[in-house]
Design a protein around this ligand. Sequence first.
Ligand code: ADP
Length: 326
Amino acid sequence: MGTFKCIGVLTSGGDAPGMNAAIRAVTRAAISKGIQVKGIYRGYKGLVTNEIEDLYSDSVSNIIQRGGTILKTARCAEFMTPEGRQVAYDNMKAHGMEALVVIGGDGSLTGARIFAQEFNVPCIGLPGTIDNDLYGTDTTIGYDTALNTIVDAIDKIRDTAASHERLFFVEVMGRDAGFLALNGAIASGAEAAIIPEYNTEVDQLDELIRRGFRKSKNSSIVLVAESKSKGGALHIAERMKNEYPGYDVRISILGHLQRGGSPTAHDRIIASRMGAAAIDALLEDQRNVMIGIERDEIVYVPFTRAIKKVKPLRPELLEVLRELGI
Ligand code: ADP
């Protein structure tokens, strides 16, 4: 069994609803076990610039229901350099922190992996990202809330789309992973989803046209995962307008509203369980693992697996969408 007097916690990279619930869980689980907690502001940046404060049980009162992160988050270029990480390590030692809990996405966990190796510091990761793209956990903290936000928005878009008999392309987040787009499409009864994992854009749009949405439906909604290379909803809608000028095509880019809002019960529960499990993992002498939940069980996933392995998107989901979107 490991023993710790003091640990640090930070949130890094893209924010996600439920990060606050995770900070609360890490803080209170640590305090319950007699461990002091330091909150590091603005992710790795705060470790480099020494923005660090003690966290007490009441520092994390009344935050479980709040979106965003009370510790703030940032991207930190200095931490990508050995010199920057040395400063971070020196600050960590000066504050007496013996381990770190990092809440963030794959970039943040990559940083934790490198830092842990370089300085032999125990680091535990919690998967905090709306994209759900970390291997080894069924869902990530923030994904369920973002999915529900998307579904809510699409229900509203559907009302106007149906009134005007329009074809809507709705762009959602998920540059490298189609979980939000595909499951958002299924949950909102959309007609198609254009996602990075499968090259089905042309097939799906052809099918949509073949079905002739005006005959059987008042509106059609296609979810498009944002994309650097493919250009996202704007690009697809433009193509559609050129090829089928008869369609009344509209675009809606949901953008940052997908990151905000009060976390769902699911996200609060997984964040609470994972946060508490991070402290258990440290006390069990685990290091350099991400906490995941698979089939409702807490699992420890080595950083390298969580980051490098691609989380598969079940191909049958696309089939369900296709079958039900007739
Ligand atoms: P996310 O965690 O949401 O994927 P980023 O990819 O922006 O977000 O990463 C967040 C931060 O993690 C970066 O700004 C940087 O400080 C740190 N980081 C990411 N990749 C590395 C790396 N290869 N080496 C060191 N630090 C990294």
